[in-house]
Design a protein around this ligand. Structure first.
Ligand code: UT7
Length: 335
């Protein structure tokens, strides 16, 4: 019988990311739509974003990020039992992008599936991996959160095309080893607001047709102000719930990694929690909003830049279409 003392605790033992080389700057966007650098920077904090080439498919980006995470975790692909791929921009409707990564990595011992939680994808995937590891079903899980949103952007719509970029994040979640304990995961959703940010066509409800293409219904449509309002509320509530679940306060947090959707949202959140600027990890100026991967890319960069002492805590929080939201406290562990 397993005693409480022997309980397996899921932790991240390696992180990785992949960003395409091609940069789309605000100056580039000024040439495409009626916008300007001053508007974009003051309203969003974004200066540039990465755009994947035709060869840089979502499965390719995810595979490259996964290689980095596996190396950091000192695991071989044969050790992986499950590949979990969070995305809203799969290579195909089916097969899953997770299966394409499984093929690329030759991870023949791994089961594989995609999950869809929009911009909250990384945190939803961490929560799922935690549940699988702690139930004893799997020992090592490769989590990937990756999106190629540039394939779903209308580059004549200034209200959305300035916001999004491409990129992938990955991590290995295991039941032992040093890294970051996934101390909790507070997830939530509100499907009654599913219309305020979505891609209207291309699913089984409204399959592709000449009409849907002409009406540009395969691109992201967003009610920006409405989404903004809910993002602020939900990220704040999810953060508070996370702190409550772990039994800590904001002063116990060494770094806050919020979803990188808008610098004003991020700064508002930091202010509410009285977390100083130096503790808020921001990548938005470089990458824009990379959807599912945004928290994971930031986490990988933070882990490579800073040396975090034992017991230090990071708070991840995200929000996206669905609506979905989630927050998770990660705690540095040495065993
Ligand atoms: O990852 C999922 C979560 N996503 C988010 O959390 C995004 C949340 N929303 C936002 O971040 C903001 O709502 C935006 C950045 C998208 C927009 O900022 P805003 O301050 O809410 O602007 P707005 O949509 O209310 O538009 C204000 C004005 C409008 O002009 P009028 O009607 O006042 O004359 C827009 O047409 O700004 C105009 N505008 C632009 N002007 C220059 C909209 N986009 C642009 C642009 N350049 N790119």
């Amino acid at each position: 019988m397993t005693t409480a003392a022997e309980k397996v605790q899921a932790r991240i033992t390696g992180t990785g990311s992949y960003l395409p080389e091609k940069i789309l700057t605000n100056a580039d966007l000024e040439k495409i739509v009626d916008t300007n650098d001053e508007w974009i920077v003051s309203r969003t904090g974004m200066k540039e974003r990465r755009i994947a080439s035709d060869d840089e498919t979502n499965s390719y980006m995810g595979t490259e990020a996964a290689k980095v995470a596996l190396k950091e975790a000192s695991l071989s692909v044969d050790d992986i039992d499950l590949i979990l791929f969070a995305t809203v921009t799969p290579d195909y409707m089916f097969p899953s992008t997770a299966c394409l990564v499984q093929k690329n990595l030759k991870a023949t011992n791994a089961a594989a599936f995609d999950m869809q939680a929009t911009c909250s994808g990384y945190i939803y995937a961490l929560a799922t991996a935690k549940a699988y590891i702690e139930s004893g079903l799997y020992r090592n899980i490769l989590v990937i959160a990756s999106d190629k949103l540039s394939s779903f952007i209308d580059y004549s719509d200034r209200s959305t095309c300035i916001l999004f970029g491409d990129g992938a994040a990955s991590c290995v979640v295991s039941g032992s080893g040093k890294g970051l304990l996934i101390s909790n995961a507070a997830l939530g959703a509100d499907g009654s607001l599913s219309d305020i940010i979505k891609v209207p066509a291309g699913g089984s409800r409204k399959p592709a047709s000449i009409e849907t293409v002409e009406a540009k219904e395969h691109y992201i449509k967003m009610e920006g102000r409405e989404v903004y309002k809910h993002a602020v509320r939900r990220m704040e509530a999810a953060s508070l719930e996370s702190l409550r679940q772990v039994g800590i306060t904001e002063s116990d947090i060494s770094y806050l990694i919020p979803h990188q959707a808008n610098l004003r949202i991020i700064e508002g959140l930091a202010k509410r929690f009285q977390i100083g600027k130096e503790k808020v990890y921001v990548t938005i100026h470089k990458y824009g909003n990379t959807s599912a991967s945004s928290c994971g890319i930031a986490l990988h960069e933070l882990m490579n830049e800073k040396k975090l002492d034992l017991g230090k805590r990071i708070l991840l929080v995200a929000f996206g279409s669905g609506l979905t939201w989630g927050a998770s406290v990660l705690t540095v562990t040495d065993k």
